[in-house]
Design a binder for this molecule. Structure first.
Ligand code: NAP
Length: 304
């Protein structure tokens, strides 16, 4: 067993997947859970998510050895403020937020001395949210980035790494700025592009009517899946990772203009060379075992 008592705060996709993954092995003795709404807490009780679902934050974290903040990034500071005075000395607080510097800045000041704070981010997810969307295999062979803070001691970091390994993930340590830049490239900008692409197609619908949906398999469908992701979560990601997103967006638009020029000037050589380079990147992802070649982009079937 890695932690005697684990408290999950927020019972959505990530927390519920963590619970089902914990249940595959001897990872945690007792798991408590809390969500903001009575509706989510009732759903959690009905599906057996967590050993105890609490109606109160303080009760949730009582005696917990690991506290996982699994709420939208914009809500983390307020949750930390509410639980800070009630944490057990020696406990570890971690989070799963998609942005790290903001979480460290907003959570850290609310945690008392003697409580370890180790930020983290599992690089795994789906477009679904809520307590019923989680599944035990979500983290298998995916990466969780571990971002130690000034409030983490060495043992708390290695114990959290062991915990993520037990959940099926690989781990790598990173500093917060680098994390936010990498995630802007591999996750945040692609989501923004998907949101934009689907928005543009929606405007066009007035022109082409149902053709957008009818012929959506030709590339567009994958954008619609990403653009169905939770609006609150993604609003918070862009509001809290402004600098990295804007920097990467600048680079993206430069490339887009270069391709626009190549099309306008009929520069087939440049287009072909560009697409050959990007195809090789996809091959690298497959070879690294981070996706499969299935037409549905290798999304795992949901299994508990
Ligand atoms: P989710 O399915 O939407 O669930 C969010 C949970 O947080 C719900 O239980 C919700 O409670 C609770 N919550 C929302 N606002 C709250 C507040 N102000 N105070 C207390 N609880 C609140 O979200 P998720 O996809 O699991 O994401 C959780 C975190 O993981 C986010 O920080 C996100 O950035 C990160 N993450 C997500 C993904 C992904 O692909 N989804 C991947 C990696 C990391 P109610 O249901 O009662 O509203």
């Amino acid at each position: 067993m890695i932690y005697e008592r684990v408290a999950l705060i927020g019972l959505g996709l990530i927390a519920s997947s963590m619970f089902w993954a914990m249940r595959r092995g001897d990872v945690a003795g007792h798991v408590t859970g809390y969500a903001r709404s009575a509706e989510t807490r009732d759903t959690a009780r009905r599906i057996g998510l967590c050993d105890t679902v609490c109606d109160d934050l303080v009760e949730t974290v009582k005696d917990a050895d690991l506290i996982v903040l699994a709420v939208p990034v914009g809500a983390m500071g307020a949750v930390a403020e509410a639980i800070g005075p009630h944490l057990k000395p020696g406990a570890t607080v971690t989070d799963v937020g998609s942005v790290k510097q903001t979480v460290i800045d907003t959570v850290g000041p609310h945690l008392p001395a003697g409580v370890h704070f180790v930020a983290a981010h599992p690089m795994a997810g789906t477009e679904h949210s809520g307590p019923e969307s989680g599944f035990a295999t979500l983290f298998d062979n995916r990466w969780t980035l571990i971002v130690p803070t000034e409030q983490s001691d060495g043992d708390s970091v290695t114990q959290l790494e062991r915990y993520w390994h037990a959940l099926g993930a690989n781990t790598e340590r990173m500093d917060p700025d680098h994390h936010d830049l990498v995630c802007a490239v591999v996750s945040h900008i692609p989501h923004l592009i998907a949101y934009t692409m689907v928005g543009v197609a929606d405007d066009l619908r007035r022109v082409s009517d149902s053709e957008v949906i009818k012929f959506s398999a030709a590339g567009f469908r994958d954008f619609t899946r990403i653009a169905a992701s939770d609006p609150t979560m993604w609003r918070d990601v862009f509001l809290t990772n402004k600098d990295a997103t804007i920097e990467m967006l600048g680079r993206f638009t430069e490339e887009l203009f270069a391709l626009q020029r190549a099309i306008r000037t009929s520069d087939g050589e440049q287009l072909h060379a560009y697409f050959t380079r990007t195809r090789a990147i996809r091959r690298g992802i497959l070879e690294a075992g981070q996706d499969t070649d299935a037409p549905d982009f290798g999304r795992a079937k949901v299994e508990r």
